[in-house]
Ligand binder design. Structure first.
Ligand code: ATP
Ligand code: FE
Ligand code: MG
Length: 336
């Protein structure tokens, strides 16, 4: 049995995997209600809450699956990137467990966990283009194998999820903004307002979303009688179009016809539907994890941890967690 722990932000996740790599059970504690009044995550509150809920959540998982703690053969835990205070809670507990039980530790990168979350539910052939769209990141990866994945481009400013959250704040909606905007957008006109499609025409794998957020702000100022459903629908359409077009173009340039979309924003219904339609027109396969595995969870940490366990890729108790992404952009030379 392998135990997986995720505490990189405001979600506390724990999961158990069998030695055959099957997910036995995962539990999630969300702090959303706690941070909602602030319109975003308050790091100090997040880490304190992590400390409070992590041990009881592991206890609950062990009780509900009726396993004994001695059956745990290794611990996989998120080492970064994220809020360092929150990460330290998970990493410290994992190290303590490994030390006490004399079992190996597996450090998992949070972005790697998102990228391979698809394998919780299905196999996907390598290579594929991975679009990671979450609250803190928006990036394109070339995924060649479990150990070879290269960053092709990322957002130069805000992440897509962050843009949803900030626009929600401008509209006096609560946190997190993604699901609320998406719900309102269903009743709006997606062509009502022509918001910009940042960097869509430029020859780069990078993204940019802060200008789009400013465009929404300017629209709200100059149109105080705005229809909120139309603003949400037009904004969501702009984000989806940029994400879809850029990812499909990356696939074309690299001659790869498989795409995997992961991270919290991948649970967006409009993105899923439009992506599937446009990919089909181009003869490209596109895969999304179930919404439960798009937002933060420990199951995705466990699937990467299981790979490391199976291949003997142990980490030492001296290994340090990190707050910022460790990926450096890979300079892809397009063949003439
Ligand atoms: P990172 O993984 O980059 O460290 P994170 O872990 O905080 O960031 P996730 O938990 O993967 O991010 O995703 C949370 C984000 O997803 C939030 O910004 C939220 O608004 C967004 N989100 C969730 N559901 C939806 C949806 N249906 N539509 C759009 N955005 C959504
Ligand atoms: Fe995440
Ligand atoms: Mg989160």
């Amino acid at each position: 049995m392998l135990l997986a722990i995720e505490t990189s932000c405001d979600e506390t996740g724990v999961a158990l995997f069998s030695e055959k790599g099957n997910l036995i059970k995962h539990l999630l504690y969300s702090q959303v209600a706690l941070h909602s009044p602030f319109g975003g995550i308050v790091p100090e509150i997040a880490s304190r809450k992590q400390l409070e809920v992590l041990s009881p959540l592991i206890k609950k998982l062990v009780e509900e699956t009726k396993i004994s703690i001695q059956e745990i053969k290794g611990v996989c835990v998120t080492f970064g990137p994220g809020l360092i205070g929150s990460i330290l809670v998970g990493v410290s507990l994992a190290k303590a467990l490994c030390f006490a039980l004399k079992i190996p530790l597996f450090a998992v990168d949070h972005l790697q966990a998102h990228l391979f979350s698809i394998f919780l539910e299905r196999e996907v052939k390598f290579p594929y283009i991975g679009l990671l769209v979450s609250g803190g990141h928006t990036a394109l990866f070339l995924v060649n194998s479990w150990e070879d994945y290269k960053l092709l481009g990322h957002t130069r400013d805000d992440a897509a999820g962050e843009a949803f959250d900030k626009v929600a704040k401008l509209l006096n909606l609560s946190y997190p903004g993604g699901p609320i905007i998406s719900k309102l957008a269903e009743k709006g006109n997606r062509n009502a307002i022509s918001f910009p499609r940042p960097l869509l025409e430029e020859d780069t794998f990078d993204f940019s979303f802060s200008g789009l957020k400013t465009a929404v702000l300017n629209y709200l100022k100059t149109n105080p009688q705005y229809k909120i459903e139309d603003v949400c629908a037009s904004f969501e359409e702009a984000v989806c179009e940029v994400l879809i077009e850029k990812t499909l173009r990356a696939g074309e340039k690299l001659n790869i016809s498989r795409i995997v979309v992961v991270g919290g924003v991948a649970s967006n219904q409009r993105l899923r539907k439009s992506f599937a339609e446009k990919a089909q027109q181009k003869g490209v396969e596109v895969y999304f994890p179930s919404p439960e595995f798009c937002t933060d969870n420990a199951a995705m940490v466990g699937i990467v941890g299981y790979y490391k366990w199976k291949n003997g890729l142990y980490d030492t108790l001296e290994k340090e967690p990190y707050a910022r992404s460790i990926f450096k952009k890979f300079n892809f030379q397009i063949q003439p």
